[in-house]
Design a protein around this ligand. Structure first.
Ligand code: RIB
Ligand code: CA
Length: 317
């Protein structure tokens, strides 16, 4: 059963990003959430474009009651890498949008994350669908926020193959030092990585079902997925495209459809070949304390049902 009892306060930190756009779409509409802020980081593209994309999505969908704040313009240490080869020249499927009617919050995302967490009673879940630069920087600037974070649900990492190098997944690779700060912060982490690739495939029947919904959210979803599917086919040879970022939102709506395994996870910071890899101790070989619940499986049908149902909550205009 999807959780709708009491509202779940969340911060959504993203790098829109085709699949981030769907995560924003779901988080802003599902009745479970009290979406406190959408914070943006560089990642799939440079900060200017990811920020514009967050505003475009919110403006197009009429999400005008959630502050959008721009954060880190790049990784803390490493040289910047982006994923425009997947998300397009504008970072959001090169989709044209009407003029943006949502104003960017004047506050920096990192300071806003600190403010919101310090003022909270420790009930906020931090959802990250991009590189972890904003939260890592916030932790370094004000460590008092760390115990205030109820849980971190992040998209990224892999205990199998990488997708930006043979070893590393993009969100971790884009800022490995930030990822290290997060995975050593001591707060509960749910890591939703590339192990779900085969389970979140945007199959034809799903495309037809969501494509038949007559509202702007479904229109945007279809446009985004058209582009994202072509990119995943061109780059990875995927006949059917996976869709990662919304899994963080679906997890919070119904964690029971996910299978997780407690593991010790360390970020590779030294190796040239494996820089940014999440070294997941799947078999507990190191006898080190587990620091993350790593998703190993999910119920695809119920995953897509939740996405379909939430998109239908949007009105036609
Ligand atoms: O590796 C997939 C992740 O990297 C997704 O969050 C995608 O948006 C990119 O940020
Ligand atoms: Ca993302």
């Amino acid at each position: 059963m999807d959780r709708i009892t009491n509202k779940l306060p969340i911060i959504l930190d993203s790098d829109p990003g085709c699949d981030d756009a769907v995560a924003i779409m779901l988080a802003a509409k599902h009745p479970l959430f009290n979406l406190q802020v959408i914070t943006v980081t560089a990642g799939n593209h440079i900060l200017e474009k990811t920020t514009q994309n967050a505003l475009k999505v919110c403006s197009y969908l009429g999400i005008d009651n959630v502050p959008v704040a721009a954060g880190m313009s790049g990784p803390i240490i490493r040289r910047q890498v982006i994923a425009d080869h997947i998300h397009g020249e504008n970072g959001l499927g090169n989709i044209d949008f009407d003029e943006i009617r949502i104003r960017l919050d004047h506050r920096h995302a990192v300071t806003l994350i600190i403010e919101i967490l310090l003022e909270s009673n420790g009930d906020i879940t931090f959802v990250a669908t991009g590189p972890l630069s904003n939260l890592a920087m916030a932790m370094r600037l004000e460590p008092k926020i760390i115990p205030k974070i109820k849980q971190i649900v992040l998209i990224g990492g892999s205990y199998q193959l990488g997708n930006i190098t043979p070893a590393a997944e993009f969100n971790m690779y884009a800022d490995p030092e930030a990822a290290h700060i997060i995975f050593t912060c001591g707060r509960p982490i749910v890591m939703i990585g590339l192990s779900i690739t085969e389970k979140v495939l945007f199959k034809k029947e799903v495309a037809a079902r969501i494509g038949s919904i007559d509202n702007k959210a479904a229109t945007l979803f279809t446009k985004v997925m058209d582009f994202y599917t072509k990119s995943n086919k061109r780059i990875f040879g995927h006949e059917v495209s996976p869709l990662y970022d919304p899994a963080a939102i679906v997890y919070l709506i119904n964690p029971s459809i996910f299978t997780t395994k407690l593991m010790h996870v360390e970020i590779e910071l030294k190796s040239e070949q494996s820089y940014g890899r999440t070294n997941c101790d799947f078999y507990g070989l190191l006898n080190k304390p587990a620091n993350a619940e790593v998703v190993t499986d999910l119920d695809s049908e119920r995953f897509w049902e939740i996405i379909d149902k939430t998109i239908r909550l949007y009105g036609r205009t």
